[in-house]
Write a protein that binds this ligand. Structure first.
Ligand code: HDE
Length: 725
């Protein structure tokens, strides 16, 4: 027995450190002891200590009487280790639990000194550190990335005048108009309380019940049922501040502002069938993509845009600019680009940074102020509350990720985990000791001096009563394909709803948006058209189309940042492989080799190429486009292989561009595609073909296929029901 103990310790200690110097240094630094390790062991590892700094001699065995126990209570190392482990979790966020963060900077490209005194907007070219956390809303921390859901887009900018948190979403409007409805809304979308399912899905009775009884949600519903709710990557989605905020200039003159983040590489989404499969193939698809992009130097970037307007301009609309279920179309009020956000550093530790980051909508520096949007007002109350619950006390600003990076001086003290307290005798003001921080009207933050007068009451303003016009405008602004996606999504979700009366009630609202659209959904559900819902205000059917609302109408014109899956086998044409990969790299795109075995393939010239995925684990849903580069033998080997056939048939069904070498013919045949080769297929025979393929891929998807081809399970080609007006 003695011998066994010795050998256990020996195994643990003799293993060679991996990347030894890096681990040793950063680990000690992260402990906050300035790089000092307690003692340096002979083999180069820092000595393991308890949290109290007591060196540990044996981390493999708890302290026992004899070799077989019992275990002793006095083993303080064991006790501390288990105690700490038992307390590792903090409550996950009640919403937006699943998220992923990264560091970067915000840079001003067009100073806004004409409208705001906010220091962060004053100097062209100045960079301010930032941290961004993206999230889904409904799912718990361990849910899958491709849920149909709104994405949180929360930005913390560490300005010289304090932290500015712009806690937005990737959709510019919201479900509800008044914060008092938020708990009901969230309860309805979360797993149903008796059965605790479905996870991260709005396709269930409670959600649609609440929605069907809350007509103000209809505009948002159109967005969440659209492709916006299944982004291809966090890098390819827009962000919005949602609410109307205020800028205040040096004289405290107010300008209303709406914030927009525009992705440099353009918007892109996946299709629903693809999203479902990605969730199985790689539930971390979005976070992995962000991590990979940053660690390979392809730093994600967004432009910050602002829509600026005054009260007179606001008064021209039939809707209220304080209503968060409304947007101001960019065609009516252009977005002025004023800066850029670049994410260039992944976190050192997920928990310390991404999990503990605490955004608060009320964190605004001087020069930025709130409007009376009732949702924003409610949020300003809520976020501080939630941080105390999650982070355990009022000192969450002492955690490095939440601490300002500018000078700060206040008299708050004590509380759980206080890291800093006022020094000296004085912890109050005014005082006659002549020390301590004092208020400063010259630089301090001021609110807009808005005259307000009224009766205390619980009322929704009449100006909030139009629930359908912008929902219709959004629908009409989509391409026929995008309209089909919205209808399909609603049919999908409502088909999971058990109560027929809820399904019918949803359709009764869709009738107020568009008759044909409601008809398509009713048809998809096998439902007789109900009567239209009673509308608080009739739909304005003459709203102009806003092209900015469509993803497909705004293609990026580049394949940069996208990824091709190259299905390759031994003997694949080396020349074609070289020209294809060169063309992709030139475009700023990437590729992964998907092969029968993870060790990779030997190309026709004898060169070995490593594989990133074995075919079974690398389905085409993980890629933006695919290429099939196989030898005759390889094609024979794979043509009966299910995952290979799925790789191709899914790529086809998801409207992806497909490049293929001549030897791939038997595979296309086996996947049932030989007679379906359309403009989305590119034959690879010579070098220029690779360039042609990459050029085609700039359209991202071959959408014509979706509308003109007979898809699996449908008896006739799907034509768009109508063209947008
Ligand atoms: Fe949030 N929201 N929210 N929300 N929200 C939270 O704060 C809340 C709303 C948004 O990555 C919570 O720290 C109320 C709109 C994002 O850490 C909580 C209301 C928008 C994030 C909370 C809203 C958002 C949150 C949960 C209605 C888009 C994630 C944990 C009045 C503009 C931030 C936390 C992160 C998180 C409350 C509505 C965006 C509970 C009461 C509208 C991006 O405080």
């Amino acid at each position: 027995m003695k011998k066994m103990q010795t050998s256990t310790r020996a195994t643990a200690k003799t293993a060679k450190p991996v990347e030894k110097p890096v681990i040793a240094k950063s680990y000690a630094e992260a402990q906050g002891n300035g790089g000092e390790t307690h003692q340096t062991a002979a083999d180069g590892y820092p000595t393991l200590t308890t949290q109290q700094g007591i060196p540990v001699a044996d981390d493999q065995n708890s302290l026992k009487i004899g070799a077989r126990g019992p275990t002793l209570l006095e083993d303080f190392h064991f006790r501390e280790k288990i105690f700490h482990f038992d307390h590792e979790r903090i409550p996950e966020r009640v919403v937006h639990a699943r998220g992923y963060g990264a560091h970067g900077y915000f840079e001003v490209t067009d100073p806004l000194s004409d409208v705001t005194r906010a220091d962060v907007f004053q100097r062209k070219g100045e960079r301010t550190p930032a941290f961004v956390r993206f999230s889904t809303v409904a799912g718990s921390k361990g849910s899958a990335d491709l849920a149909r859901d709104v994405r949180g887009f929360a930005v913390k900018i560490y300005t010289k005048e304090g932290n500015w948190d712009l806690v937005g979403n990737n959709i510019p409007v919201f479900f509800i108009q008044d914060a008092i409805k938020f708990p009901d809304f969230v309860h309805s979308v979360k797993p149903e309380p008796d059965r605790d399912f479905p996870q991260a899905a709005s396709a269930h009775d409670n959600f649609w019940d609440f929605i069907s009884l809350t007509p103000e949600s209809m505009h948002m519903i159109m967005w969440v049922m659209s492709d916006r709710a299944i982004p291809r990557s966090l890098r390819f989605m827009e962000g919005f501040g949602v609410h109307t905020f205020r800028f205040l200039d040096k004289k405290d003159k107010s300008t209303f502002v709406k914030f927009h983040w525009k992705p440099k590489l353009g918007m892109q989404s996946v299709v629903w069938n693809e999203a479902v499969k990605i969730n199985g193939a790689d539930p971390d698809f979005h976070r992995r993509d962000l991590w990979d992009a940053i660690t390979t130097g392809n730093f994600p970037e967004w432009e910050l845009g602002v829509q600026l307007f005054d009260q007179k301009f606001a008064d021209k609309f039939a809707f209220d600019v304080l209503d968060p279920t409304k947007l101001i179309p960019e065609e009516i009020l252009p977005v002025r680009i004023v800066g850029r956000l670049v994410l260039d550093r992944v976190v050192d530790n997920f928990f310390a940074e991404t999990e503990q980051v605490a955004f608060c909508t009320q964190n605004v520096p001087p020069g930025i102020d709130f409007s009376n949007d009732p949702l924003l007002q409610g949020r300003n109350f809520s976020y501080l509350d939630t941080q105390i619950k999650r982070l355990g006390g009022p000192n969450f600003t002492h955690i490095p990720i939440n601490a300002p990076k500018c000078p700060f001086a206040h008299l708050q003290q004590d509380g759980h985990m206080a890291m800093r307290n006022p020094v000296g005798r004085v912890n109050y003001e005014p005082n006659s000791w002549g020390v301590g921080p004092r208020e400063n009207p010259a630089v301090g933050t001021r609110s807009f001096a808005e005259p307000v007068e009224g009766t205390k009451q619980r009322l929704r303003a009449d100006s909030f009563a139009d629930h359908y016009s912008q929902a219709r405008q959004f629908f009409m602004s989509q391409t026929p394909g995008e309209q089909k996606h919205i209808a399909d999504a609603i049919v999908f979700e409502l088909s999971k709803v058990e109560r027929a009366d809820i399904r019918a009630r949803v359709v009764s609202h869709l009738l107020n948006i568009d008759q044909d659209f409601a008809g398509t959904v009713a048809d998809g559900l096998g439902l007789d058209l109900p009567k239209p819902a009673v509308a608080a205000r009739p739909t304005d059917r003459k709203q102009p189309v806003s092209d900015a609302l469509s993803i497909q109408k705004n293609p990026p014109g580049t394949f940069e940042g996208r990824k091709v899956g190259i299905l390759a086998t031994d003997g694949a044409n080396a020349g074609l492989f070289a020209s294809l990969t060169a063309a992709l790299i030139k475009e700023g795109a990437s590729f992964e080799v998907v092969a029968p075995k993870i060790a990779g393939v030997t190309l026709s010239d004898g060169k070995q190429v490593a594989a990133k995925q074995k075919i079974d684990g690398g389905p085409s849903v993980l890629y933006d486009a695919v290429a099939v580069l196989v030898s005759d033998e390889g094609a024979t080997l794979l043509k009966m292989h299910g995952p290979t056939k799925d790789f191709l048939s899914d790529a086809f069904a998801h409207c992806k561009f497909i490049a293929y070498s001549t030897e791939a013919a038997p595979l296309l045949e086996a996947a049932g595609l030989s007679d379906k080769m359309d403009g989305g297929f590119v034959a690879l025979a010579a070098k220029p073909d690779a360039d042609a393929f990459v050029t085609a891929c700039r359209a991202l998807r071959f959408w014509d296929r979706e509308l003109n081809t007979k898809m699996k399970g449908e008896d006739k080609p799907v034509k768009a029901k109508r063209k947008p007006a």
